[in-house]
Ligand binder design. Structure first.
Ligand code: FPP
Length: 248
C-alpha cells in the first residue's frame, strides 16, 4: 500500500473513468456489465476520498459525445446513474457529501434531471466533500456556452470588454464554484484529456494508469495520490522561486 502524506492532499481530484468496455470484454461479459462494475468503483472511490478528506472529487460520468453510443448502452448508463442517485442519497447525507453536476444538464432525460436536482437540493447543506458529476459534459461546449453568456452580458451593459479577466471568464464556466483540479487520474492506459475540463486543467498534474476503471481500487487511488505528492508544482516559475531559495 502506498504511503501518503495526509497534510499534502490534493484539494480537488478529477477522474476520467475509462475502460469499462474493455473490462467487460476481458471477462466475456456485455459492455453494460462493465459499466455496472464501474458504478461500484465510483462508490468505492467516493468513499475513499471522503475518508481521506479530499474536499472536491469530479467524475467524468457521461460526455456529450457519449450520446452517440448505441441506444441500449446510453439507456443503461442513464439507468445506472438513476440507481446511483437513488441508492447513495442516504450515504451522501450520512457522510456529509454535497452533490453537484456540470454539463448540459438540459440534455438529460427529464426523470433523471429531476432526480439529480432533488439529490443536489437534499445534499446542499453538506460541507464535508463536494462530489461533482460531469454529465453530458464537453469542455469546448462549456467554453462556448460561457463565451455566449459573457457576450450577452456585455451587450446588455452588465460587463465591459476591458473588465473581462481570466477570473471573470472562469465565473461563467459550469465550474464557477469549484477550484481547478490539482490531480487528474485517467484509467485504462489512454493518454488523452478527451475534452474534459480543458480550461480548468491548465496546471493540473496528470496521472495515467493501465488499471481498467472497474478494477480501480483504494490502493490504486492511494498510489495516484502518492505519485502526485512527489511532483513539484511550479506553475511556470522556477524551483528556487517555489522554495524561496537561490539566485538567478
Ligand atoms: C468509459 O468506459 C466509461 C464511461 C463512458 C462511463 C462511465 C460510467 C460509469 C463509471 C458508471 C456509472 C456512473 C455513475 C456516476 C454511477 P468505456 O465504455 O469507454 O470503456 P472502453 O474504452 O473500454 O470501451
Amino acid at each position: 500500500m502506498s504511503y501518503i502524506d495526509t497534510e499534502k492532499l490534493p484539494r480537488h481530484i478529477a477522474i476520467i473513468m475509462d475502460g469499462n468496455g474493455r473490462w467487460a470484454k476481458k471477462n466475456a461479459l456485455r459492455r453494460i456489465a462493465g459499466h455496472k462494475k464501474g458504478a461500484d468503483a465510483v462508490r468505492r472511490t467516493v468513499r475513499t476520498c471522503r475518508e481521506l478528506g479530499i474536499p472536491y472529487l469530479t467524475l467524468f460520468a457521461f460526455s456529450v459525445e457519449n450520446w452517440l453510443r448505441p441506444k441500449d448502452e446510453v439507456s443503461a448508463l442513464t439507468s445506472l446513474l438513476e440507481d446511483y442517485l437513488r441508492s447513495e442519497l442516504r450515504e451522501m447525507n450520512e457522510n456529509n457529501i454535497r452533490l453537484t453536476a456540470i454539463g448540459d444538464l438540459s440534455a438529460l432525460p427529464e426523470r433523471i434531471r429531476n432526480l439529480l436536482e432533488e439529490t443536489m437540493e437534499k445534499t446542499s447543506g453538506n460541507d464535508g466533500m463536494v462530489l461533482c458529476l460531469s454529465l453530458s459534459y464537453g469542455s469546448r461546449d462549456e467554453i462556448v456556452h460561457a463565451a455566449r453568456r459573457l457576450a450577452e452580458d456585455a451587450s446588455g451593459g452588465k460587463i465591459r470588454g476591458e473588465d473581462i479577466t481570466r477570473d471573470t471568464f472562469a465565473r461563467y464556466l459550469y465550474t464557477a464554484d469549484i477550484p481547478d483540479p490539482d490531480l487528474l487520474i485517467r484509467t485504462s492506459g489512454e493518454y488523452r484529456l478527451s475534452n474534459f475540463l480543458l480550461w480548468q486543467m491548465a496546471y493540473t498534474e496528470l496521472y495515467f494508469t493501465d488499471v481498467l476503471w472497474p478494477d480501480f481500487s483504494k490502493d490504486d487511488l492511494l498510489a495516484a495520490i502518492a505519485d502526485y505528492q512527489k511532483r513539484e508544482r511550479r506553475f511556470g516559475m522556477t524551483s528556487e522561486q517555489i522554495h524561496g531559495e537561490g539566485d538567478v
